[in-house]
Write a protein that binds this ligand. Structure first.
Ligand code: ADP
Ligand code: MG
Length: 559
């Protein structure tokens, strides 16, 4: 039943200029169709939406006697009064959509409820609302909007070309469809189909349409917290974009233009994304309706959350844990390891002391298919060249080792791991301008297992080092100047401790242009495999580059 809202409720509604371009019309009509539980929504547009927009659905329909009311401002079936505003569970609730459209265009609504036959039609334009008349039509609702802004020509001056206006519609509708897999959507412009997404569980065609071909590598997200359920699909690490435009957020099915959770994206990806690059994906939050207030924005493109902080951290945790579990799997796909041969294990202890015994990659029975990643050579004394038979794999030895040590330091700190006193403490001097910066890092270094203490005027000494970590064969003097300099590098998403560890890692590991023996390379590659995020160094640069057989074929112009 559609009711006229009382003046008190109307007064509490954050109203605004709703219809500013063709997309606004499509939004209102499609939202109405979704609120009516449609399972199929067909959008047809002509002339970028200025000539004609038609949205047809197979939803609940509007009873004939309700039709004139549907077109009145502040008449809605979705809330009854101001109390209803406190727990809105529909997309619309202000009763303004159809009226605002009719104010700037010629509108015809044809609708048929389940019991009725035939359908009823009504016309509205400006302030005038006609009388319902019987008309043949299928169950559901079809709204036809013509001559948009015909009576407000100045509004047309703010519009772009028909193609550009249509592009906005197409992009919005495809994006929206990501939250309604059980609804089929079709879109047409000037008689040509733009897309047709059938109803069903398969989100893949929609993800591909919105995010492009890399969508197939997206990582599923799922998380549950007290104040929010989180799910979605996010880009796999390393597959990022120069802007945040593709960070799509739905709260209770409402597509938001919100920066509500952009902090969560940054925090979750930490070292997974390169500086200045942004992950992408779509997140769905479900929160109890009474904990989200959609009545804060004229176009309903933002909301206020009662427990914003908790929701934010739920989002962060959900993304981060999917990325972590995804990382292992991705690497498994990228590089699969055979158990290390006797020779490599034995020799590794002779070369670099990688400290931990090399545990063979878990090779389950019947996994005979698993490909061996064979280290072939060192290239330019900087990269490890390997192959698994399908692809050529290049590993940046420094970046890879940095990742290993960085994660080890973090693990030490988490486990409060013991460190090993040095028999002969290693003493070094700093320049006055370095002393302060170094002082600031001492605590974080100690947490990671490296204890450094002040030792006379400008001298410091390293008294213990992480027990299971670093060096042995590859220890090098602690290069303070470089360490401190590297600390000032801004690393997006790293906290203060992590910055110190990243810097320490950077200065305690194998460098570029350093010769590695075969067993050292094998051990390095094996250790990398066991990292949480093997694909990137702590600064976000890639550690592994893979050249697939089909890419090689292209290089040779075979395909
Ligand atoms: P609101 O969506 O905020 O309620 P609208 O002006 O968009 O306001 O719609 C007014 C009313 O018309 C709705 O509350 C609903 O009852 C009815 N209505 C509009 N579009 C449809 C539709 N496609 N299917 C069924 N009912 C509709
Ligand atoms: Mg509406």
């Amino acid at each position: 039943m559609i009711r006229l809202l009382d003046p008190e409720t109307i007064g509490q509604i954050a109203a605004g200029e709703v219809i500013e371009r063709p997309l606004s019309v499509v939004k209102e009509l499609v939202e109405n169709a979704l609120d009516a539980d449609a399972t199929r929504i067909a959008v047809r547009v002509r002339g970028g939406g200025l000539t004609e927009i038609e949205v047809a659905d197979d939803g609940a329909g509007i009873a004939p006697q309700d039709l004139p009311l549907a077109l009145r401002r502040h008449a809605t079936s979705k809330i009854a009064d101001a109390h209803g505003l406190a727990h809105v569970d529909t997309l619309g609730f202000r009763g303004e959509g159809l009226a605002s459209i009719a104010a700037v265009a010629k509108v015809t609504v044809v609708s048929r409820t389940a019991g009725a036959d035939p359908a009823s039609a009504i016309d509205a334009h400006g302030e005038e609302i006609g009388e319902p008349r019987p008309l043949a039509g299928p169950p559901g609702t079809r709204v036809l909007v013509r001559d948009l802004f015909g009576n407000v020509p100045v509004r047309r001056e703010y519009l772009r070309s028909p193609a550009a206006e249509f592009a906005r519609i197409a992009s919005w509708l495809a994006t929206l469809s990501l939250a309604y897999p059980l609804v089929g959507f079709t879109l047409e412009h000037d008689g040509k189909a733009a897309f047709a997404f059938p109803a069903g569980d398969d989100l893949a065609p929609r993800l591909r349409h919105v995010f492009g071909s890399s969508s197939s590598a997206m990582v599923p997200v799922r998380g549950e917290a007290r104040h929010a359920g989180v799910s979605g699909w996010v880009s796999s690490p390393g597959d990022d974009r120069p802007d945040r435009r593709n960070q799509i957020l739905f709260v209770n099915g409402r597509l938001l233009r919100s920066t509500l959770v952009s902090g969560a994206w940054v925090a979750a990806y930490r070292t997974f994304a390169m500086v200045g690059r942004h992950p992408f994906g779509v997140l769905y939050l479900s929160v109890p309706p009474d904990e989200v207030d959609p009545n804060v924005h004229p176009t309903k493109s933002d909301v206020r959350l009662r427990h914003g902080d908790r929701v934010l951290s739920a989002v962060k945790d959900a993304i981060a844990s999917s990325l972590r579990s995804g990382a292992a799997e991705r690497l498994q796909r990228a590089i699969s390891f055979a158990p290390p041969s006797r020779e490599s294990t034995g020799a590794a202890t002779a070369g670099i002391d990688w400290a931990e015994p090399l545990v063979p990659a878990a090779a389950s029975d019947g996994d005979a298919e698993r490909k061996t990643l064979r280290v072939l050579a060192q290239v330019d004394r900087t990269y490890i060249l390997a192959s698994d038979g399908d692809a050529v794999v290049l590993i940046d030895q420094h970046a890879a080792h940095e990742r290993i040590v960085f994660e080890q330091l973090a693990a030490n700190a988490r486990a409060h791991a013991a460190s090993e006193p040095l028999l002969v403490p290693y003493t070094f001097e700093v320049r006055p301008e370095e002393a302060d910066r170094l002082e600031e890092t001492l605590e974080a270094l100690a947490a990671g297992g490296l204890h450094v203490e002040h030792f006379g005027e400008r001298a410091y000494r390293v008294i213990s080092t992480p027990a299971r970590l670093v060096h042995a064969g590859r220890t090098r003097p602690f290069d303070v100047a470089h360490f401190v300099e590297c600390l000032s590098d801004e690393v997006r998403g790293l906290d203060a401790d992590q910055r110190v560890w990243a810097s320490l890692a950077c200065h305690s590991v194998v460098r570029a242009h350093e010769k590695l023996e075969y067993p050292e390379m094998t051990a390095l590659v094996e250790r990398l495999q066991r990292c949480e995020n093997p694909m990137h160094c702590p600064h976000g640069r890639p550690t592994i580059v893979r050249l697939e057989a089909d890419q090689i074929a292209r290089l040779f112009k075979r395909v």
